[in-house]
Design a protein around this ligand. Structure first.
Ligand SMILES: CC(C)(COP(=O)(O)OP(=O)(O)OC[C@H]1O[C@@H](n2cnc3c(N)ncnc32)[C@H](O)[C@@H]1OP(=O)(O)O)[C@@H](O)C(=O)NCCC(=O)NCCSC(=O)CC(=O)O
Length: 447
């Protein structure tokens, strides 16, 4: 048998297996996909350095409900407070970091006064805070990469906390000493898709230009959305207040391989990226800037919608590839999604539970995402970079935690996230076993 015949057989075998799984899925059929856009990089871009940062102020989840209702003068909304307590108790979040503090909220009455416009004040703070956080993470990513900042050719900055021009890219470029001709892009208001968008852009740039070194910085603060509840019925504001946290993640991406520049050590290859819009779900996750700040609306059925669509999206993302990636190399029996490592966006505990159930994942396969959720909450656009950093840390021995096992460390993996649309974002990754063994990833730092 020729190798191309064997590849074809393997391909059909896995396709057939995947279709069988789809047929036997116990859950209702996934909503119709109206758009699938799979992109393969011409040459494989790789993550060459990672850095993260969080603000110093940290609130434990068990104390958050009392804190939030006190600082927003909402203690009279007793039913809502009890509901938020139930949300927080079930969130599996231990703590979150915030740029804002009780003192900052107290000195801006417009943030908690339901009648006062507050957008200018919120954006004024975000204008300073976002570049500050992004710079801390980016400096770490560049140090981790090992080459001078002036070797960065492109800069991609993403945030949901901003609406300025010039934007945080300019401050970042100047502060980090990037070359004046660095090519800059800023992405605003992309929800949790922001991290995927930024990484996909970097992958496409680096995939088409071997000399490109793209600095990606995703920075999020929740202050633009921080507000008092409007009344006992305002549960959808609560879910955002209960789950989201502040932080920044940065990576350097380039089309390097293990034999490239002597100081460059690929951590993860970015192989291909896909986006799928779930038809009829345009209003399920929305973000809108208004005079009272940034208003999120997250429908209660988002975890179920994502759970019922994720397998179909992954099949569509993997089929265009040589599916030897998706098995033991010969497409033999027993292949399952457990043969991949997983970087799921930690948008919420119910989301991770849904992915785990839909893909029949073994316990521990989502340990990196669960740890990021537990330690930081939902970091929106910055979260995926924290998960990549955590996966790397675990790959090299972890830090002795209960989940420090290596069960998630297959060679091939997938990143999965969700964003407004509803959009399901996927990226196929390949981990390397390069000479960065022993790098433990960046610890959270204060900006
Ligand atoms: C909030 C949870 C931890 C609660 O856990 P459980 O669902 O297991 O528990 P539960 O069903 O008893 O819910 C507890 C209470 O929270 C309420 N509740 C749950 N989700 C809600 C929502 N989206 N809006 C309003 N209320 C909600 C329930 O009605 C219930 O109220 P009561 O107790 O009164 O009956 C979980 O639902 C979760 O992890 N949700 C994920 C949230 C999510 O969709 N994340 C994606 C965000 S989108 C995103 O991140 C992308 C982007 O921004 O672009």
């Amino acid at each position: 048998m020729t190798s191309s015949q064997s590849k074809q057989q393997r391909h059909s075998y896995i396709l057939c297996n995947l279709c069988n799984w789809m047929d036997t899925m116990a859950s209702p059929p996934a909503p119709e996909m109206i758009a699938i856009d799979a992109v393969s990089a011409q040459q494989h871009a790789a993550v060459l350095g990672i850095g993260t940062a969080n603000p110093e102020n940290c609130v434990r989840q068990e104390e958050f409900v009392d804190w939030y209702f006190r600082v927003t003068n909402s203690d009279h909304l007793t039913n809502l407070k009890a509901k938020m307590k139930r949300m927080c108790d079930k969130s599996e979040i231990k703590k979150r970091h915030f740029y804002h503090s009780e003192e900052m909220i107290a000195s801006h009455h417009e943030f908690t006064n339901r009648e006062s416009p507050s957008l200018d004040a919120r954006l004024g703070i975000a204008k300073e805070a976002v570049p500050e956080l992004a710079m801390a993470a980016a400096a770490r990513a560049i140090a981790d990469w090992g080459r001078p900042a002036a070797d960065i050719t492109h800069l991609v900055v993403a945030t949901n906390a901003g609406a300025h021009a010039p934007g945080p890219d300019l401050r970042l470029a100047a502060h980090l000493g990037l070359r004046p001709a660095v090519r800059r892009i800023v992405l605003y208001l992309r929800g949790c898709s922001a991290g995927h968008d930024a990484l996909r852009l970097a992958m496409d740039i680096a995939g088409g230009d071997a000399g490109a070194r793209v600095l990606v910085a995703c920075a999020e603060i929740t202050l633009p959305a921080f507000a008092a509840p409007d009344g006992e019925d305002d549960a959808d504001r609560l879910v955002v207040m209960a789950l989201f946290g502040d932080g920044a993640g940065a990576v350097v991406v380039g089309a390097a391989d293990d034999t490239g520049h002597p100081v460059e050590h690929p951590v993860f290859h970015l192989v291909s990226a896909s986006q799928a819009i779930i038809a009829g779900t345009e209003e399920r996750v929305t973000l809108q800037l208004g005079e009272r700040g940034l208003r999120y609306r997250i429908s209660g059925d988002v975890p179920a919608l994502a759970r019922d669509s994720v397998e179909r999206c992954l099949v569509d993302a993997l089929v265009p590839l040589d599916l030897a990636v998706a098995g033991d190399g010969d497409g033999g029996e027993g292949w399952s999604w457990n043969h991949l490592f997983w970087a799921m966006h930690p948008t919420g505990r119910a989301m991770l539970d849904g992915y785990e159930a839909a893909l029949r994942l073994e316990p521990g396969k989502l340990a990196a995402s669960r740890r990021v959720l537990r330690e930081y909450g939902n970091l929106s656009g910055a979260a995926m970079i924290f998960v990549l950093d955590e996966l790397r840390r675990r790959r090299h021995g972890g830090d002795g935690e209960e989940e420090g096992d290596r069960s998630g460390f297959c060679e091939w993996g997938a990143m999965v996230g969700i964003g407004p649309g509803l959009t399901i974002e996927t990226m196929v990754l390949r981990a390397t076993s390069g000479p960065d063994d022993g790098k433990k990833g960046a610890e959270a730092v204060q900006p």
